[in-house]
Design a binder for this molecule. Structure first.
Ligand code: ATP
Ligand code: MG
Length: 339
């Protein structure tokens, strides 16, 4: 086992930080693998070597064009704002920030907040390293100092009074660290702060319990971008990429079921059940993975659907979803693509 001193050195190594060597212009379409931006370029930080703050791109990712435009504009010029991505669970809020940063090579730090969150966890804390009391900077201080993107996930789970401690830095001002002798951390020009949440900060106790009503002065410091599930043709392409082993008929059926579930979450038709939750892209992909995992079972499609999504629903809702699935599944349907 490591001695205490060794582990302090080890921790110090873990929190090693890096300034960029400079900036470079990149063509957005080329860097992001899309065809949306034409000749538009973006000035991004340039590093001689990759470091721990570089995200690994997801193998399959389909950008929502509008959200991508908003994220890129924000990176280009925040005008003293922070960015608030709001939308249903599993629609791709966290992953779009991760993916953009990964592809642009912009260092990113992600923290997920909770009901016990304290701003000091982001700023830092004193600690003993090599017999000396030193101040260890937290993710906010480091992101500000070195120009990373700080993403605070589930911002609406945190206590609004605690979040007020972020008000100054949200609008581009410096951070004063009282615990470290009043150290002043100026925001690096590459520093950006983005948050994600399921609500708009209005508290939604039924579906997203634990969310809080956020302070309106805090919310006033953000640009708001409403996110939704990617359009169904994009989701179809994504499902094909992620589950190439499934037959086209099954993939089509899965997309139809997801669309119907989402539609009846928004508004139930007379013969339908009013779903309390939509089927997320995350759940849809999980369904696809599980069909393969359960290929030796008697009914892999329904079993996978149960474990991926309907297992957490009421009996009425679950029956409704399985019925939808059954309507689309003729008994002789080929589930898997031939190799
Ligand atoms: N556009 C997309 N392209 C590829 N995969 C996606 C996309 N959107 C969502 N996913 C898949 O769904 C998963 C969940 O996405 P993500 O974590 O970004 O959702 P979220 O909106 O942040 O959800 P939550 O509100 O629960 O945090 C991702 O890990 C990814 O597998
Ligand atoms: Mg998220």
């Amino acid at each position: 086992m490591r001695s205490f001193q060794e582990s302090c050195v080890f921790e110090a190594h873990l929190t090693k930080d890096y300034y960029p060597s400079g900036m470079k212009m990149v063509n957005l379409d080329q860097a992001l693998g899309v065809e949306y931006f034409g000749k538009r370029m973006l000035n991004v930080p340039f590093y001689e070597q990759k470091n721990q703050y570089f995200a690994k791109p997801l193998e399959h990712y389909i950008f929502d064009r509008d959200v991508l435009e908003a994220v890129v504009s924000f990176l280009n010029e925040p005008f003293g704002d922070a960015l608030y991505l709001q939308g249903p669970s599993g629609c791709g809020k966290t992953s779009i920030l991760h993916q953009v940063c990964a592809l642009l090579g912009w260092p990113i730090l992600q923290v997920t907040l909770n009901g016990h969150f304290e701003v000091n966890e982001l700023i830092g804390h004193p600690n003993i390293v090599n017999n000396q009391l030193v101040y260890i900077h937290g993710p906010l201080a480091r992101a500000m100092k070195y120009g990373y993107i700080l993403v605070l996930n589930e911002i609406d789970l945190a206590d609004p009074a605690e979040l007020a401690g972020l008000n100054d830095v949200l609008e581009g001002r410096h951070l004063v660290i009282i615990q470290n002798d009043g150290e002043v951390v100026e925001p690096h020009p590459n520093f950006r702060l983005a948050v994600t949440a399921n609500t708009k900060g209005s508290g939604e106790y039924r579906t997203y319990c634990g969310t809080q009503m956020l302070n309106s002065a805090f919310l006033d410091r953000f640009r708001f971008v409403e996110c939704s599930f990617i359009p169904h043709d994009s989701e179809e392409i994504l499902l094909k990429q992620v589950t190439p082993y499934l037959s086209q008929e099954v993939q089509k059926m899965m997309i139809e079921v997801a669309l119907k579930v989402r539609a009846s979450h928004l508004e139930a038709l007379p013969t339908q059940v009013n779903m309390t939750i939509p089927m997320s892209t995350r759940a849809l992909l999980r369904w696809g993975h599980l069909i393969k995992a359960y290929k030796h079972c008697e009914d892999p499609v329904h079993l996978a659907l149960k474990h991926a999504f309907t297992g957490r629903l009421t009996a009425d809702e679950a029956n409704f979803v399985h019925r939808l699935c059954g309507d689309w599944l003729p008994s002789n349907l080929k589930i898997f693509e031939k190799k």
